[in-house]
Each structure stands twice: as C-alpha cells, then as structure tokens.
Design a protein around this ligand. Structure first.
Ligand code: HEM
Length: 424
C-alpha cells in the first residue's frame, strides 16, 4: 500500500516538473516530437500549451529536420482531408515525423498518393466488410476465450505479453493465413519495422535490416505459394490475385505487408493494454462497466481516443498554403498530432477525463480522416469489444499491480509491459 502511494507521489511529481518545464520553455524551443516525452508520459502539458498559445507551431531547433506541429482537432481534420495539398508520398518523406531513412522506405499504400493509393487499398478492403467481420468474430471469440481461460489467478503476469500480444498476433495470423506455430514472428517484425537503433528493440540499423530481410524472404515464399494456388480469403491471396497488386515489385509487396502487420498489431495491442490501464486508473468507470456490460460499445471508441495508439501522422506540403493563419511552404513537413487533437477542449468535452459512456465517443482522430482513414478500424473495434465481453464474463477485475513501461517513440504510443493480477 505504501509502495503504491510512493509510486503515485513520484508520478505526480514527474507531471508537476513536466508542467513547469513546458510552461517555462520558450515556444520557439519546443520539440513536441521528442520520444522521451512519450516514454515517460509527460507530453500532455507541452501539447496543452501549444493548443492554447501556438496551435500551428514550427520547430526548427530539434536534432531532426524542421517540422510543423498541428495540434488542434479542426486543423488536423483540414490537413487530413486535403490530400491534394498534403502528401503522404514516401518519396517526399512519408508519414512519420522523421523523413523515412534509407532502408525503411518500403513503398506501401499508406505512404502513396492518388491514384496508386486507392487502387491498392481497394484490394484489401473486402477483408474488412461487415459480412466478413461477422465471420471473423466467431474465430476471434473462440480464441480470446482460450487465451483468457489459460491466465493464472492470484499471480502477477505481464498483460501485454500474455493477452494483448497473443490475441492480436493470433488475429493477424488469421488475416494472413500465416503458419500458426510461427505467428510470434509477426509480432517481432512489427516491432522491428518501426524501431530505431538502441530503442531496446534493435541495437543497430544493421540488425534491423537483417531481421527485415528475413521477413521479406519469409513472405516472398508465402506469396509465391499463394500466387500459384486458387484465390482464397486471406490478405496475401487477395493481393496475389488482384490486378492492382499482383505485379507489385518486391519492395512494394514488403511495404504493404509491413503496413498490414503494424496496422493490425501494434495499434490494437496497445489499445487493449491501454484499456486495462485506463479502467484501473479510473475505478469508477471500471465499476460502471461491470454494472452494465453494454457500455463496452462506447468504452471501445473512448479508449481508442484515450490511448491514441498512433500519436501522429505526417504529410508534406505540395504547394504553398496556410493552416490556422500560418504560412506553410511547399516541401514543409506537417505533423498532425492526433494525440493532441484528441484532447482538444474546444471539440471534446472534458477531454482529459476517461468517460466510458460519453455521448459521442466516436469524435476522435485516432483512425485519421480522409482517403487514408484506417481501413482496419472496424476490425480493431470488433477485437476490442470481444475481448472485453469475454473478460467481463470471466473476471470480476484485472488489477494493475505495477507501473506500465512505455515505448520510446513519438509515433507508436505503446506500452511494453503492464504487470497485472487477477484475484482468485
Ligand atoms: C486501434 C487500432 C488502430 C488504430 C488506432 C489505427 C490507426 C490508423 C491511422 C491513424 C491510420 C492512418 C490515417 C491517415 O494517414 O490519415 C491508419 C491507416 C491504416 N490502418 Fe489502421 N489503425 C488501427 C487498427 C488497424 C487494423 C486492425 C488494421 C488491419 C489489419 C489496420 C490497417 C491499416 C491500414 C492498411 C492503413 C492504411 C490505409 C490507407 O492508407 O488507405 N489498422 N490506421
């Protein structure tokens, strides 16, 4: 008990210091994309101050190339829905704050502009139709049940590894019809694909390259099998048999595969973990949920807003333009901070509160908007809904018994480990 109180006091002190630092630093020195702010969860006062004082902000004093930060909900919508002005194209730098470094530049449709983007997106979208999701739901539920039934009681374990990673990896293996026993390779490749050297995931760029080569070789083998077989209902077969994607060069194929792995894996995994954390930090909301499990329907989008598993997406200006009165020049990097827009008090009431029965829980930016809006969003929501239905059936509560360890990244807003215990 005392240990918990000390931890709470330490956390409060860390937040107090962050606030002091954010409000005493000159705006011109702000670098809101610094990964350390995300790793220790002290990003909030920095973005709060930007929204209030300089919602469209230019950073030219960071160790990386200069970039604009767009921090308010409606400005982000403006950028996201104007793909003719703001490009996602990998050749201009892609969708991350940092320009895509050599070796990370696999072309995929999330980092393409029209018309190639839509042609390639169309080939995978049948996977996510309501009818197909209804079919998948049966499998997801059955598998979730098995994983949850195997969890220990009265014993501390890492929720990320035992539940979030396992369930999202199983789901992904199903989407790709990936060899079942080797499914954890997908998790590893998802982590490695976005990892920076010395991030704790890979030590060096060479190590990352070698693991990505292994991923490419593995999927090339699967691809060749699917191209030569009858069309089936998995993502690889869909791409192998579609005119728009069957002649993709190997780099483009790799790009789309990594996109689907990261899209399906990291994001849903971190929302699942985030939901356990958010409900523990807000016990009144957890109680509400236990009293009325129908609230899962609104809790799921609320937690997707709350967690914002992808903190930003970046665009590059194709022409001189303006956002919120600021002049943006052709070629400038423009970062849409979804994580900040999701806390914009002018659009979302009490945005810093986690409220599982909000009137309009889908008012959030976590899936983006416009032509690149997340193609897997319904699947993500479905997964989360089923997991919570199955957890509520089985456990009165899942208690968080230690601190979350957060990922060192200002892109994936993730949780590496979360110690929990299920009382007997
Ligand atoms: C909570 C879970 C998820 C979140 C928060 C999320 C978030 C996002 C965001 C922010 C974008 C980009 C929007 C933009 O650039 O404007 C995106 C695109 C995408 N997501 Fe998701 N995603 C999630 C789950 C999934 C799942 C389960 C899949 C599939 C397996 C998936 C696959 C994709 C793909 C393929 C794209 C690219 C779409 C395009 O460029 O047209 N995502 N997602």
């Amino acid at each position: 008990m005392n240990v918990q109180r000390t931890v709470r006091a330490d956390k409060a002190e860390l937040q107090r210091q962050a606030r002091e630092e954010a409000y005493s630093t000159a705006l011109k020195d702000f670098h809101p994309g610094a990964p350390r702010l995300f790793q220790n969860d002290t990003l909030w006062p920095w973005f709060e101050r930007l929204r209030k004082e300089e919602p469209v902000h230019y950073c030219s004093s960071s160790p990386i190339e200069p970039y604009w930060s767009v921090t308010k909900y409606n400005d982000i919508m403006h950028v996201d829905t104007n793909h003719g002005i703001f490009s996602s194209d990998v050749s201009l730098g892609g969708i991350l704050l940092r320009d895509v470094p050599p070796g990370y530049d696999y072309p995929s449709f999330i980092a393409m502009d029209q018309p190639r983007h839509s042609a390639q997106r169309k080939t995978v979208s049948p996977m996510f139709t309501p009818a197909h999701l209804d079919e998948l739901a049966v499998l997801i539920r059955e598998r979730a049940g098995k994983v949850l039934d195997g969890l220990p009681r009265n014993e501390t374990f890492n929720f990320v590894d035992r539940v979030s990673i396992e369930l999202t990896t199983q789901m992904l293996a199903t989407l790709f019809d990936f060899p079942w026993e080797e499914r954890r390779k997908l998790t590893r490749w998802s982590d490695v694909s976005t990892a920076l050297p010395k991030s704790g995931i890979v030590e060096s760029a060479e190590q990352r390259r070698a693991e990505m080569d292994e991923c490419a070789a593995y999927f090339t083998k699967l691809w060749n099998e699917r191209v030569n077989a009858e069309p089936r209902n998995d993502l690889l077969s869909m791409m192998a048999h579609s005119e728009a994607t069957r002649h993709m060069d190997p780099d483009n194929l790799m790009g789309n595969i990594i996109l689907l792995i990261v899209g399906g894996n990291d994001t849903t995994r971190n929302t699942m973990t985030g939901s356990v954390l958010a409900l523990n930090e807000n016990p009144d909301q957890y109680q509400k949920l236990r009293d009325n499990s129908a609230l899962i329907d609104s809790m799921v989008p609320e937690v997707i807003r709350w967690q914002t598993p992808l903190a930003h997406m970046r665009r590059t200006a194709l022409v001189d333009t303006e956002i919120g009165g600021k002049k943006i020049r052709k070629g400038d990097r423009v970062v849409m901070w979804y994580v900040s827009g999701n806390r914009d008090e002018e659009v979302i009431e009490n945005p810093n509160d986690f409220i599982i029965d909000r009137p309009r829980p889908r008012t959030h930016l976590s899936f983006g908007f416009g032509i690149h809006r997340c193609v897997g969003m319904r699947l993500a929501e479905l997964q989360l809904k089923i997991v919570w239905q199955e957890m509520l059936k089985r456990f009165d509560r899942i208690e968080v018994v230690g601190e979350p360890k957060r990922v060192y990244s200002s892109f994936v807003r993730g949780i590496e480990s979360l110690p929990v215990r299920i009382p007997a």
